[in-house]
Design a protein around this ligand. Structure first.
Ligand code: UDP
Length: 357
């Protein structure tokens, strides 16, 4: 069975790494990897292919750097061309980026079944480009593979249920287990940045609602100043660009570093005393590694982590943000396992083979 995988952005490389490893050992499935080019910098793309042993993409479409409409449109056209040539049995898309939507749309229109990994997530905030991408992708997918029960319930409320929905668990949990152990053995990032284990905050900021609003981005930086310990900020290219163009000051306790490879990132997550982020993936990774997380957003898709006490939502738009941001949240309830058993990637391939053989 020929699987055409579409990736394009950093979190998709990490998700695809787990499933590609399973496909490479499979006797029934083969994979053609297509990179849309949405993320193209060496430290946002190449490093993941090298570190995580992801197969070299058979196609790199070189579409990136445009607006959402430009990117999605150009990807759609280029992906369709690849699909008409490759004639895959299924298309595999991950998450919620413009690459996800373009891949799903191109496939569905030419009747190639779409498999969506990380289906069913919802923020219920349609101002987020990711929410549009994931809703539309879910509604044109043939097989919807969810990371948790909340996602299954979200899909059921939209009339998507039955055998085409399978709760396989979260492939990012597989990655955290597999690469977490490797990070402890091989990463030297704590020494390189001169950080003491549990003596720093790890922060990431890249969501459009935070980066494109000067007031919110400024408030987040002011918040970091209140954290009374070093804050390590691997800086996303969009955030870097906005800080410069808005002329914002970075507080003295914030150590800015270039975007990190996944192994170093995991090492910092494991040894941080707190994670402060607006990333979807990083919220869960904090939980996987037993670190409290402050989510710098108005809402989250990963509501179970808030219920379990591992995630505290704090909106940078809220009047009391600066009063609350310095308070270190306590760890949540240990032992819950909302994201499966760390074998989600195997279950993804089992589900694809079952559904389309
Ligand atoms: N990540 C990384 N290096 C960094 C920042 C993030 O490897 O400098 C990883 C992070 O560990 C997680 C993924 O990138 O696995 C999350 O991607 P991102 O925050 O860009 O997207 P989101 O999860 O919000 O869609």
């Amino acid at each position: 069975m020929k699987i055409l995988t579409i990736v394009g952005a950093r979190p998709q490389f990490i998700k695809a790494a787990t499933v590609s490893r399973v496909i490479s050992k499979s006797t029934t499935c083969s994979e053609v990897m297509v990179h849309t080019g949405q993320h193209f910098d060496a430290n946002m793309s190449d490093v993941f292919f090298q570190e995580l042993d992801i197969p070299e993409p058979a196609y790199n479409l070189g579409v990136g750097g445009g607006t959402h409409g430009q990117n999605t449109g150009r990807m759609l056209e280029a992906i369709e061309t690849v699909m008409l040539k490759e004639r895959p049995d299924v298309t595999l898309v991950y998450g919620d980026t413009d690459s996800t939507l373009a891949g799903a749309l191109a496939a569905a229109k030419i009747h190639v079944p779409v498999v969506h990994v990380e289906a069913g997530l919802r923020s219920f905030n349609k101002r987020m480009p990711e929410e549009i991408n994931r809703q539309l992708t879910d509604h044109i997918s043939s097989l919807l593979l969810t990371p948790n029960n909340v996602a299954v319930e979200n899909l059921a409320k939209e009339g998507i249920a039955g055998p085409r929905v399978r709760n396989v668990g979260d492939v990012m949990y597989d990655a955290a287990l597999f690469f977490g152990e490797k990070a402890e053995r091989t990463s030297r990032i704590l020494e390189r940045l001169d950080l003491a284990s549990k003596g720093f905050v790890l922060a990431t900021v890249h969501r459009q609602e935070n980066t494109d609003d000067v007031k919110r981005l400024g408030t987040i930086l002011d918040g970091f100043a209140r954290m009374a310990r070093p804050v390590v900020l691997p800086l996303h290219p969009r955030t870097k660009q906005r800080i410069a163009s808005f002329g914002l000051q970075v507080p003295g306790n914030v150590q800015i570093v270039e975007p990190l490879g996944y192994i170093d990132m995991v090492m910092l997550e494991k040894h941080a005393s707190l994670v402060a982020t607006d990333s979807g993936g990083v919220q869960k990774e904090a939980y996987f590694h037993g670190v409290p997380c402050l989510t710098l957003r108005d809402e989250t898709e990963w509501v179970e982590l808030v219920q379990l006490g591992w995630n505290t939502l704090l909106s940078p738009g809220a009047g009391d943000f600066l009063d609350k941001v310095g308070v270190l949240p306590a760890p949540g309830v240990p032992g819950a396992s909302p994201y499966g058993n760390g074998n989600a990637a195997d279950l993804v391939i089992d589900a694809i083979v079952d559904a389309f053989r």
